[in-house]
Design a protein around this ligand. Structure first.
Ligand SMILES: Cc1ncc(COP(=O)(O)O)c(C=O)c1O
Length: 398
């Protein structure tokens, strides 16, 4: 799906920002349209993706699970990309663009720390300075990632406002951007926010689907898979996989969100399946809000899915009926996590475990001998603390 001139994907998208942010957003859109499609930029970005990130990432057919399920289960191995997740594709693309625009500094905000680490990495690699805003609570919870960012040369600012988590960090980062627009680029971490960010981030992540499509067809005599499945937080790994297949009407596209504990009335992050339309962080999209329009807290065992909004292109694809969205709870994601560890020797991110859980629980929807491609968006090393807690609670019979 392509955004219209005002950045809308059907009914969703746009640019809902204070007056002060209009000039930098227009400047960014123009630079992206002028620079990103040029041969010089494509070559530079392509070389970095190959030599620094390690692309193309493999498309791996899981032998044991495929035998158990009766269809071929393929994993697009973004966990094998440098820094351990898909986030690096986007941050390197934006860092390179920022450099071409004459900027000298990146700022970013991060919750679980993955996007912060990816931005710090991209800044170090391209010679930009970097400041990452992070809620003080998250700084404590994600001490390991804070250390990684600092080793990479980034300054991590602990935000003490509000609930001292991601949405407060975003507000402070936005104010910092407005104060230093001249030399600073705001490196957004998913297909969210005001136009042109959802489009720009997807441009840099579409490499996932382009590679998967080409490799799948080469290995399967020109055939396409029956379905694609990916987890959805803000939606960047999912859009990255889906984009190249959107015109292929015969390929089912399924995004999987987090339904938290799954109990009635619990906090969750199932924005597309349970949210309503409204303006959130600069775009008209689906979000979790109260009847009075207040943003509701979200929850997921997977830190990267714990977000009350979603990228407007997903909302647009859902409205069109081209993509389907489902949700999976914490316990099912943990079961899928353990299953992939034990059967295939791969420790997946808890985010990606949601996508796998949906496939395992809905295996009867796929034909025998068919093909399902899951985006394995990241590796699970970052989640071992959470997993340990769950396993210990299980052992103690809680
Ligand atoms: C491994 C991994 N997968 C998925 C996500 C969710 O983000 P998105 O929906 O933008 O891919 C994150 C976010 O931190 C992540 O770290």
């Amino acid at each position: 799906m392509h955004p219209d001139a005002r950045g809308y994907y059907g009914p969703y998208g746009g640019r809902f920002v204070p007056e002060l942010l209009m000039p930098p957003l227009l400047e960014l859109e123009k630079a992206a349209r002028d620079i990103v499609p040029t041969e010089e930029f494509r070559k530079e970005f392509g070389d970095i993706l190959r030599d620094f990130v390690g692309r193309p990432t493999p498309l791996y057919r899981c032998p044991t699970l495929s035998r158990e399920l009766g269809f071929n289960l393929w994993l697009k191995r973004e966990d094998l990309a440098h820094t351990g997740a898909h986030k690096i594709n986007n941050t390197l693309g934006q860092a390179l663009l920022a450099k071409h625009m004459g900027k000298t500094r990146l700022i970013a905000e991060t919750g679980a720390g993955q996007h912060g680490v990816a931005t710090a990495t991209a800044a170090a690699m391209t010679g930009l300075s970097c400041t990452v805003y992070m809620g003080a609570v998250d700084v404590r919870r994600q001490a390991h990632n804070v250390r990684r960012m600092e080793l990479l040369g980034a300054k991590v600012v602990a935000v003490e406002n509000g609930t001292r988590t991601l949405k407060d960090a975003i507000n402070v980062a936005l104010r910092a951007w407005i104060a230093e627009l001249e030399d600073t680029h705001y490196c957004v971490g998913s297909v969210v926010g005001p136009h042109p960010f959802p489009w720009l981030v997807r441009e840099f992540q579409q490499v996932i689907g382009l590679e998967a499509r080409e490799e799948f067809m080469t290995r399967n005599m020109g055939r396409l898979p029956n379905a694609l499945v990916a987890c959805v937080g803000g939606g960047s790994n999912a859009m990255g996989l889906f984009h190249a297949f959107v015109p292929d009407e015969g390929v089912r596209i399924i995004g999987v969100e987090a339904s938290g504990s799954g109990e009635e009335g619990c906090y969750h992050s199932a924005t597309l399946t349970k949210g309503t339309a409204g303006v959130f962080q600069g775009a008209l999209t689906l979000l979790l809000q109260s009847e009075q329009g207040q943003i509701e807290p979200s929850h997921s065992i997977a830190p990267g899915l714990d977000y009350p909004g979603v990228g407007p292109e997903h909302a647009g694809l859902q409205a069109l009926g081209r993509a389907e969205y489902a949700c999976v709870n914490d316990a099912a994601a943990m079961r899928a996590f353990k299953k992939l560890c034990r059967t295939e020797g791969i420790i997946p991110a808890l985010e990606s475990s949601h996508a796998l859980a949906w496939v395992l629980d809905n295996a009867d929807q796929f034909p025998a001998g068919g093909d399902v491609v899951i985006n394995l968006s990241g590796r699970g090393d970052k989640d071992l603390g959470i997993v340990e807690e769950v396993l210990q609670a299980e052992e103690e019979g809680k």
